[in-house]
Design a protein around this ligand. Structure first.
Ligand SMILES: *Cc1c(COP(=O)(O)O)cnc(C)c1O
Length: 341
């Protein structure tokens, strides 16, 4: 198979249309068999549920080429399971988990020419999603849905090394207690846009959201979970049922404990203790871990000892181990890599 003529190293994070996408429709209480299609456009009624009341959930994952030339994805079964949780919370029918993984495999296979080569740092981003498609005007769940998977090649997240970022404590809330913070739904992103545009306008890279009930505990950013490293090398991550359960973060906690022999804790993290940590990072599929150098709380700065030049040493070890597993130079735990071809 010949790769597309793309300047992989200089790709950004934008949409580039690839050849095929997967579509399955839900109607009369069941999903059809699903198929790949060339058509990147969706035609729907002006009153479609997704357009009026934002009934839509999504997932994000990557396919990449390992050192020995295989195309793999990372723990797609967890994305499938998470989409089930998201769908249930928004009163949508679940797309069966085995079919989710199969749809991802089919879509990546059909776009194999767009999977960036090993060593380029680029990856094929995979976006499964589902939405209510029939007309809905009274507020209620749709009766008909569409599940789709498309892919788009994206460049290396860090060009020229991972530089630590500066984040600010947000005046906005991301998630309400007993709300939808724990599911991957478009609505959580729509309402975060004003907060991120405001943060950028004030010169910050990201928002740190605190728990909306008490504004005392660290939750997450708009699209990534926190990990902290204590001065005695313990890995700490906030526990909260309004945080989106990041697959990257769960994998990092496993790697810390089972590959690096570090102590790990998932617990309440009070904002007051952030100043005592040695390192801080943001975990998500896009960057794996982006190092945080500084947190600014209304003019008061917390500067982590790891500084603004490079990742802290423990964060770096976690990053190297997890990316080593993903790229196939370190043996993966059973079932973590799904080989596509
Ligand atoms: C997707 C997402 C993450 C990261 O999850 P991964 O499974 O690691 O990609 C973290 N926080 C939010 C709010 C998200 O939507």
């Amino acid at each position: 198979m010949e790769k597309k003529n793309i300047d992989w190293e200089n790709l950004g994070f934008g949409y580039i249309q690839t050849d095929k996408r997967y579509v399955s429709n839900y109607k009369d209480g069941k999903w059809d068999e699903g198929a790949l299609t060339d058509d990147a456009n969706i035609t729907m009624n002006e009153c479609a549920g997704v357009l009026q009341y934002a009934q839509t959930v999504f997932e994000g994952m990557k396919a990449y080429t390992t050192e020995d030339g295989r195309i793999v994805t990372f723990r797609p079964d967890l994305n499938a399971a998470r989409m089930v949780d998201s769908a249930k919370r928004l009163e949508m029918p679940v797309f069966p988990e085995d079919r989710f993984v199969d749809a991802v495999v089919q879509t990546v296979k059909a776009n194999a020419a767009y999977v960036p080569p090993y060593g380029s740092g680029a990856t094929l981003y995979i976006r499964p999603y589902m939405f209510g498609i029939n007309p809905v005007i009274g507020v209620k769940p749709a009766d008909e849905y569409q599940f789709r998977v498309f892919t788009t090649p994206v460049g290396p997240y860090f060009k020229g090394g991972a530089k630590p970022i500066t984040i600010c404590v947000s005046d906005f809330d991301r998630a309400a207690p007993h709300g939808t913070g724990h599911i991957k739904a478009g609505l959580n992103y729509a309402m975060s846009l004003h907060a991120i545009v405001t943060a950028h306008a004030n010169g910050f890279d990201e928002n740190m959201y605190l728990d909306s009930a008490t504004r005392t505990k660290v939750e997450e950013t708009g699209g990534a979970n926190f990990i902290f490293v204590t001065k005695d090398n313990k890995i700490v991550t906030p526990h909260s049922n309004t945080i989106l359960p990041s697959i990257t973060r769960r994998s990092i906690m496993y790697v810390a404990e089972h590959y690096l022999g570090l102590e790990v804790e998932e617990r309440d993290v009070y904002f007051d203790e952030v100043k005592d940590f040695a390192e801080c990072g943001l975990c998500g599929t896009a960057a794996v871990i982006s190092p945080v150098g500084k947190v600014v709380d209304h003019g008061k700065e917390i500067c982590f000892p790891s500084g603004m030049e490079k990742m802290g040493p423990v964060t770096q070890k976690l990053y190297d181990t997890l990316t080593g597993i993903q790229m196939g130079h370190i043996e993966a735990p059973e079932g973590w890599l799904k080989v596509i071809r």
